[in-house]
Design a protein around this ligand. Structure first.
Ligand code: FMN
Length: 256
């Protein structure tokens, strides 16, 4: 078994790596330069971990799954979805792109993790203490997930009818938001042209040319660039400047 993940700001990476540490299996970011076709084909079970965006799996992971669809046929699949508050059917959402019974879902679970949307006052970023609580709870949950899997217990969070209906409502506008967000990145005059955003964008959406950074209408709204820009010079979706950035959980984790 292997675990594949996409993570905009580190939460899903943390969960994916935690699982791999407990199960002693290998973990790959879908951004890595790996022969995924060969890798997936050679494994019996594949884990996926991703953040939820309005009850939808991020476009980048959906495109990845479509690319390797043939290799995923008849595999055993484990799905972990990270979310701040609620998604309804976040873990199920990933399966939307596949025909029914395309593979066997052996486990699906949601993990609550810190908010990473840093530019909307309605969604405040948590302080260090709160983030530590998220980490502790996630670790406890992962322990019980691993125990369940070891015992052969099948659990499919998000797959019941109520979760599906709630997810459907929450995700109603997401296709429109996704479309609108393709060219959502704005670089303000505060930009010092360090080009960090260009190098970390998982979609290669940003390019430096003629002394300016351009976007190529391919944003997956992962919030990585806006949270990491040293000058807080990036604006995404909401037309508000960032005051505080979400730096992920790694620094905090080391202090526990
Ligand atoms: C565009 C966008 C939409 C989001 N929508 C939801 C949501 O509907 N429900 C929720 O609980 N969290 C939502 N979140 C929060 C993230 O899912 C959560 O912080 C996740 O753990 C981030 O994972 P990452 O660090 O691996 O990118 C959203 C985040 C973004 C950037």
């Amino acid at each position: 078994m292997i675990m594949l993940y996409f993570s905009g700001t580190g939460n899903s990476k943390y969960i994916a790596e935690l699982f791999c540490q407990y199960k002693n299996i290998k973990c790959y970011s879908i951004e890595e330069k790996v022969n995924f076709s060969e890798l997936i084909t050679s494994e019996e079970a594949i884990g996926f971990c991703y953040p939820i965006y309005g009850s939808r799996a991020p476009r980048i992971i959906r495109e990845f799954a479509l690319k390797y669809m043939e290799n995923l046929r008849n595999k055993k699949i484990i799905i972990f979805c990270t979310q701040w508050l609620f998604s309804g059917d976040g873990a199920r959402a990933f399966t939307d792109i596949f025909p029914k019974k395309y593979f066997e879902i052996v486990y699906a679970e949601h993990f609550l993790m810190p908010n990473n949307v840093c530019n909307l006052f309605l969604l405040p970023l948590e302080n260090e203490n709160k983030i530590k609580k998220y980490i502790k709870k996630a670790e406890q949950k992962m322990q019980s997930v691993c125990n369940n899997i070891a015992k052969g217990i099948i659990k499919k969070r998000g797959f019941n009818i109520i979760s599906r209906i709630l997810g459907l409502f929450q995700g109603l506008y997401m296709p429109i938001i996704e479309k609108k967000s393709l060219d959502t990145v704005k670089i303000t005059d505060a930009c010092n042209q360090c080009c960090l955003c260009v190098s970390i964008c998982p979609m290669n959406n940003l390019e430096y040319e003629y002394g300016k950074i351009f976007q190529k209408s391919n944003c997956t709204i992962c919030y990585r660039c806006i949270n990491q820009c040293p000058e807080k010079a990036i604006i995404i979706f909401f037309n508000t400047k960032v005051k505080k950035q979400y730096k992920g959980i790694w620094g905090i984790k080391n202090k526990i």
